[in-house]
Design a protein. Structure first.
Length: 300
């Protein structure tokens, strides 16, 4: 039997998007064109493959069984073709979309951009937010080159690499009337606190770490970005518990002082994830290596 290989990416898009509309948008084709392709797929496979439902489509049992086989075959084909291509970062002109959480955007993104300017001036970055939902970043469909942050329960089509581990410290205003050069457990629990939302996964990790150590924290205000913390803490008697690398930046602010947490709150991982189809892509591999290099240097 002869197979039309052009139909396989359409099958993958429908499996991942579970919507004819979103799959067509992702592939850059019209809905009628995608419906025609699906009809040909059904004829070839002798199975409906996708059943229409109120809010999209549901794969049949045969489609579920075919999905990992087709995904693996396309990945091997990509590896074979892309592995033969050369990539010259100094001459490359292209745009990468990446999805860092707010911590990575604050701590790593400036160093990444600086390194790109030095080594690959023709490469541009487009950053989109990463909170909790991997689907919203586009990394699961491959529309986004990578996601950077804490990745929990990644799907099978996402490759995850550990970049570094990060710890936590505390920040109060420099002339705080109650806090000197150390912060005791009793003082920590007596103070009011500034909380950061998102990234959601790290927020969950901090709450869990406090709970596991029996450390209470009264949150007086929650902000949406680390950049809001210095002004909030400098103007109040509040305390903030933040990643060490962010605290390192805040030591330059004379209005603030950074102190060790009253108990060891452990660490959280910083990770990089990308769609399996980019595993052997020379440009993507180069960019991932650069980001891993930057993370290794920043973490020292």
């Amino acid at each position: 039997m002869r197979y039309d290989l052009n139909l396989l990416p359409i099958f993958v898009a429908l499996m991942e998007e579970r919507s004819v509309t979103r799959a067509a948008q992702r592939l850059g084709i019209t809905q009628p064109a995608l419906s025609n392709a699906l009809a040909r797929l059904r004829t070839t496979m002798r199975d409906p493959l996708f059943i229409r439902e109120r809010y999209g489509v549901r794969p049949t049992q045969m489609a579920e069984e075919l999905a990992p086989v087709i995904a693996a075959a396309l990945a091997r084909l990509d590896d074979a073709i892309l592995g033969q291509q050369d990539f010259d970062p100094g001459e490359a002109v292209r745009l990468f979309t990446i999805a860092p959480n707010s911590y990575v955007e604050f701590v790593l993104a400036p160093a990444i951009v600086t390194r790109l300017r030095e080594r690959a001036p023709g490469i541009k970055l487009r950053l989109m937010p990463f909170g909790n939902d991997l689907t919203e970043t586009g990394v699961m469909s491959g529309d986004t080159a990578m996601v950077l942050g804490r990745i929990v329960d990644p799907p099978d089509n996402l490759v995850v690499q550990h970049l570094m581990d990060e710890g936590l410290s505390c920040v109060v205003r420099a002339d705080h009337p109650e806090i000197g050069d150390t912060l005791s457990r009793e003082q920590y629990e007596r103070l009011k606190h500034v909380n950061v939302l998102p990234p959601g996964r790290m927020r969950t990790g901090l709450f869990q770490a406090l709970d596991q150590r029996g450390l209470r924290r009264e949150v007086a205000v929650s902000v949406t970005h680390f950049l809001a913390v210095p002004e909030m803490v400098a103007a109040t008697d509040y305390c903030a518990t933040l990643p060490n690398l962010i605290c390192r930046h805040l030591t330059r602010d004379p209005r603030l002082k950074v102190l060790p947490a009253p108990v060891d709150l452990g660490t959280f991982p910083v990770q990089m994830g990308w769609h399996v189809r980019y595993r052997q892509d020379p440009a993507h591999r180069w960019l991932r290596a650069l980001i891993a290099e930057v993370a290794g240097e920043v973490a020292v």
